[in-house]
Ligand binder design. Structure first.
Ligand code: IMP
Ligand code: MG
Length: 331
């Protein structure tokens, strides 16, 4: 299993990396391992923009896609997405499955989240209440929902059928939103780390590469104050089109924080790292990051890149495993 994890607050471009890795067609399965339809994955496929919430990127290449037991699923949203993909020319038949022990987001969950989620600034998609009921042992599992029946699988049977499986595990949200490691209570209700992937019936020894995804600046959407004063952050948000794929809310922006990144790299066991949106800072013509609580400015892109590479070396990340990306549709 290769794992894709977001090292910041979501929206770093996991969808793009998943799309890139799946394009090589070396995986038998793509697994969404946490989160619900709070996630918004923007994927550019053959020149068309798709936004998915539940369904993993593997489906764009006909790879079997599984919504794992670490997720919570809104059946209405699931069927809407299937229709959207089919309409966009993506074949989904026989390619998308839901683990039978995945928990379901109900109407009551969504209604409660919309009513009470404001303090945290949730997406209002019922995520928190669904996980609460799962752990409170009052939840509903996918296998109890009749119309989901054609899509259900037993993950144990899939993983241990005797046939070789090669899995791309695609996380949702990000390290800064993780229930344990994020900035609680301004977090989501699931496990967004590599460990979260293992909760879907897989042993630790299954993990091969861990692709960490970050942006060269940070964004966060939710109720806490995140963006410092300064026109540059508004400019980054405008040029970077930093609006939520799920709710359309404006994302707050800040420079990349090296301490957060370092924690995320270690805790996730990152082996490959992609920094997205280099093109945005290039257009803004300012380069900076935060290290040891101080803003560090650079006069050009090259100096910033060199600093980052040097800074990450002691974490075991060699230069040839760090990618600086400046394209929407490729690494
Ligand atoms: P919830 O996951 O809807 O409960 O929202 C909790 C926090 O996580 C809020 O700050 C949301 O904006 C944030 N969040 C949830 N999903 C995503 C995502 O996919 N990308 C970015 N932020 C997210
Ligand atoms: Mg997103």
């Amino acid at each position: 299993m290769d794992v894709i994890v977001d090292l910041q607050y979501g929206d770093c471009g996991k969808g793009k990396v998943a799309h890139y890795l799946t394009d090589k067609r070396t995986y038998t399965h793509v697994l969404r391992y946490n989160g619900g339809c709070n996630a918004g994955h923007t994927i550019f496929h053959k020149g068309t923009k798709f936004v998915t919430h539940h369904i993993p990127a593997g489906v764009f290449f006909g790879v079997t896609s599984i919504i794992g037991s670490g997720c919570v699923l809104d059946p209405d949203q699931f069927f809407r997405e299937l229709r959207m993909l089919e309409k966009g020319g993506v074949r989904t038949r026989g390619k998308i499955f839901i683990a039978e022990n995945t928990h379901v987001i109900t109407e009551a969950h969504k209604e409660e989240d919309k009513r009470k989620g404001g303090r945290i600034g949730t997406t209002g998609r019922g995520n928190g209440p669904a996980y609460r009921d799962k752990y409170g042992r009052t939840g509903v599992r996918a296998k109890e929902v009749r119309r989901l029946r054609p899509y259900l699988i037993d993950m144990y049977a899939k993983w241990y059928s005797g046939k070789p499986v090669t899995i791309l595990a695609e996380g949702a949200q990000g390290f800064g939103l993780d229930i344990d490691w994020g900035d609680y209570p301004f977090v989501t209700s699931s496990h967004c780390t590599t460990a979260g992937a293992l909760l879907n019936g897989l042993p630790a020894s299954a993990v091969r590469n861990v692709w960490g995804v970050a942006k060269i600046y940070e964004t966060y959407v939710g109720s806490k104050k995140f963006q410092p004063a300064g026109d540059v952050f508004t400019k980054i948000g405008d040029i970077g089109e930093e609006f939520g794929a799920t709710t359309g809310r404006r994302r707050q922006c800040n420079w990349m924080n090296m301490q957060t990144l370092e924690r995320a790299i270690r805790i996730n066991g990152v082996t490959h790292l992609v920094f997205n949106k280099m093109d945005v800072l290039r257009e803004v013509r300012e380069w900076a990051l935060i290290d040891r609580s101080k803003v560090k400015k650079f006069s050009n892109e090259k100096d910033l890149k060199e600093f980052v590479v040097r800074r990450l070396k002691p974490l075991g990340l060699a230069k040839n495993r760090i990618y600086f990306s400046e394209h929407k549709d490729r690494i």
